[in-house]
Write a protein that binds this ligand. Structure first.
Ligand code: S3P
Length: 449
């Protein structure tokens, strides 16, 4: 077990980059593996989750090499994977498990996926139901709708799936299986979740379209595919990792931080909207690929999918924040950032209400519980609710012993909370940040004065 001590920070100054986007890194390896030719990935995130994805595809015969800092995936086509001789180890990664389920459903061999205790307790019924409706043969080995999952060959048919949750993992699993189906497949979700799969599959050559309906539901539609083709992918910095330093810059008096090359895809950028609503001083510089579909403020009827991912440099300055209300279609665009948003809310004046976020209960930990327990340990006034939390902010946080429960986002969010607290904060099992941000503590040290 590793523990880290954090002390209140003097003003934070400097220019940093954050590691490559986790969602895009996973997809680059997966889509590159089932494409023909070589996919070259620069700024790939070498976090534990994405390394699990690499390991799984290597076990299925894909050669993945590194050259001059880029990852090269030597793809073998839609039907070029080979049967793994052992269980595919998905580690802590829900994205690996759920997206790969869609791909494995279309293969002519049997495979088994299993992960760590947290992963093996997360709900997999949400992908088993639509995939099995398509003709896949996925079974939960312990009959509890959790991994380990066994996937046997099946004949896939196109369906229209009405997903009860706005989840990119569910949407992506169904769309990936749709590549192998005999007719068109579509997924409608209650609000648009991150759209990297749609953007990236389109650039790999898939026929895919999407639309947002008047009621806010979003549909993505894919046609059966003959082959995908390898691409060159420049992975933008991960806004979910940048979020910790955005918060640090806003919360520690006197700070000014420039975070370079951050992905600002609007299906991911909800944290920026929340910061603005809380009164944050944020400036966007050097904006790339921002068009009408990708503006931070536009509601973007994404009838056509923009090819490149938008990016910007984000300049944050210390600000006196105030509470806000967060819910509805904003939630899927910031779901992974809620732990750090809760920390900002505890430091802000007034009350913040987070609702429509019951999905927090099925992340790496139940994040309604783990955020509540740890913010209370720091003396904050937080009330958990069925689908979120209510935080009455403004009283100074006290240093505390923080239990990360091996959840990387809890460890990082409370390390930032520690910078603003009185006295020492200790983060238990701090090494879990390796899942998405191995350099997190090193970067933090660079900007501390
Ligand atoms: C992810 C989707 C989200 C997110 C996860 C990564 C992805 O999960 O929480 O960290 O890469 O598709 P859900 O789709 O289940 O909300």
């Amino acid at each position: 077990m590793s523990v880290r001590s954090i002390y209140p920070g003097n003003h934070l100054k400097g220019e940093i980059t954050v590691p490559g986007d986790k969602s895009i890194s996973h997809r680059s390896v997966m889509f590159g593996s089932i494409a023909l030719g070589t996919t070259k990935i620069t700024n790939f995130l070498k976090g534990a989750d994405c390394l699990s994805t690499i390991g799984c595809f290597q076990r299925m015969g894909i050669e993945i090499t590194e050259e001059a800092g880029s990852i090269l995936v030597h793809g073998r086509g839609l039907r070029g994977l080979s049967a793994p001789s052992e269980t595919l180890n998905v580690g802590n990664s829900g994205t690996t498990t759920r997206l790969m389920s869609g791909i494995l459903s279309g293969q002519s061999f049997t495979s088994v996926m299993s992960g760590d205790d947290s992963l093996n307790s997360r709900p997999m019924g949400r992908i088993m139901t639509p995939l099995n409706q398509m003709g896949a043969r996925i079974r939960s080995i312990h009959d509890n709708y959790c991994a380990p999952l066994r996937v046997e060959p099946g004949e896939l048919h196109g369906i229209h799936y009405q997903s009860p949750v706005a989840s990119a993992q569910v949407k992506s699993a169904v769309l990936l299986a749709g590549l192998y189906a005999d007719s068109e497949t579509s997924v409608t979700e209650p609000a648009l979740s991150r759209d990297h799969t749609e953007r990236m599959l389109k650039s790999f050559g898939a026929e895919i379209s999407s639309a947002i309906h008047e009621d806010g539901c979003a549909t993505a539609c894919i046609r059966p595919c003959r082959e995908l083709y390898g691409q060159t992918i420049q992975v933008p910095g991960d806004i979910s990792s940048a979020a910790y330093f955005i918060a640090a810059g806003l919360l520690v008096p006197g700070s000014e931080l420039l975070i370079k090359n951050v992905g600002t895809n609007p299906t991911r950028a909800g944290i920026l909207k929340v910061c603005e609503a809380m009164g944050a001083d944020i400036t966007y510089l050097n904006c790339q690929n921002m068009d009408s579909n990708t503006s931070l403020t536009g509601n973007g009827t994404a009838a056509s999918i923009a090819p490149g991912e938008p990016t910007a440099d984000i300049l944050v300055r210390y600000s006196q924040l105030h509470g806000t209300a967060i819910g509805g279609s904003l939630i899927p665009t910031l779901i992974d950032e809620i732990p750090i948003i809760a920390v900002m809310a505890a430091c802000a004046k007034g009350t913040t209400v987070i609702r429509d976020a019951a999905e927090l209960k099925v992340k790496e930990t139940n994040r309604i519980d783990t955020v509540t327990e740890n913010l209370r340990a720091m003396g904050a006034d937080i009330t958990p609710t069925e689908d979120g939390m209510i935080i009455a902010g403004g009283s100074p946080l006290k240093g505390a012993y923080i239990k990360s429960y091996l959840d990387h986002r809890i460890a990082m969010a409370f390390a930032i909370a520690g910078l603003t607290a009185e006295g020492e904060t200790t983060i238990e099992d701090s090494q879990c940040v390796d899942v998405s941000y191995p350099e997190f503590f090193a970067t933090l040290e660079c900007i501390l004065n």
